[in-house]
Design a protein around this ligand. Structure first.
Ligand code: DAT
Ligand code: MG
Length: 138
């Protein structure tokens, strides 16, 4: 049986702040396996597909613009229950409320802009991870 896989993105704020290594370190220290990794300057089409569930929400356009603002690091991560486990490592969406000990809680903050810049993305279900891995590792 194959181990579960998830898509992690180090978002443009994480790359720009030099936190890629720290984020990958936490994934590896937890015991998950980095299976594949690439730095990507995403297209608008890729991002609109990736975030399709959020189309029409007030933060959608700021979110796409933010994700277009610089390169991201896309990571294929494997391990039993890694989808749930990485979401736990990442912490809550709002970095101000995210618990200390999590990536967003330790390394993120509110910057007073229209979209939360919270360093990482992690797939939220097996359906999402399969769809998202197909987009970023086509
Ligand atoms: P997550 O990344 O925790 O899965 P999400 O899928 O609900 O969160 O939203 C995608 C991204 O959009 C999220 O990482 C940050 C931004 N975002 C979500 N809700 C927001 C809000 N209410 N205001 C500003 N940005 C938001
Ligand atoms: Mg999400």
């Amino acid at each position: 049986m194959h181990a579960e896989e998830t898509l992690v993105l180090v978002k443009p704020d994480g790359v720009a702040r030099g936190l890629t290594g720290e984020i990958l370190r936490r994934i590896e220290a937890k015991g998950y396996t980095i299976v594949d990794l690439r730095m990507v300057t995403a297209s608008r089409e890729l991002l609109e597909a990736h975030y399709e569930e959020h189309q029409g929400k007030p933060f959608f356009e700021p979110l796409v613009e933010f994700m277009l603002s610089g390169p991201v690091v896309a990571v294929r991560v494997a391990g039993n229950r890694v989808i749930e486990g990485f979401r736990s490592l990442a912490g809550a969406t709002d970095p101000t409320a995210a618990a200390p000990g999590t990536i967003r809680g330790d390394l993120g903050r509110d910057w007073g802009v229209a979209v939360q810049q919270n360093l990482v993305h992690g797939s939220d279900s097996t359906l999402s991870s399969e769809r998202e891995l197909g987009l970023w590792f086509a």
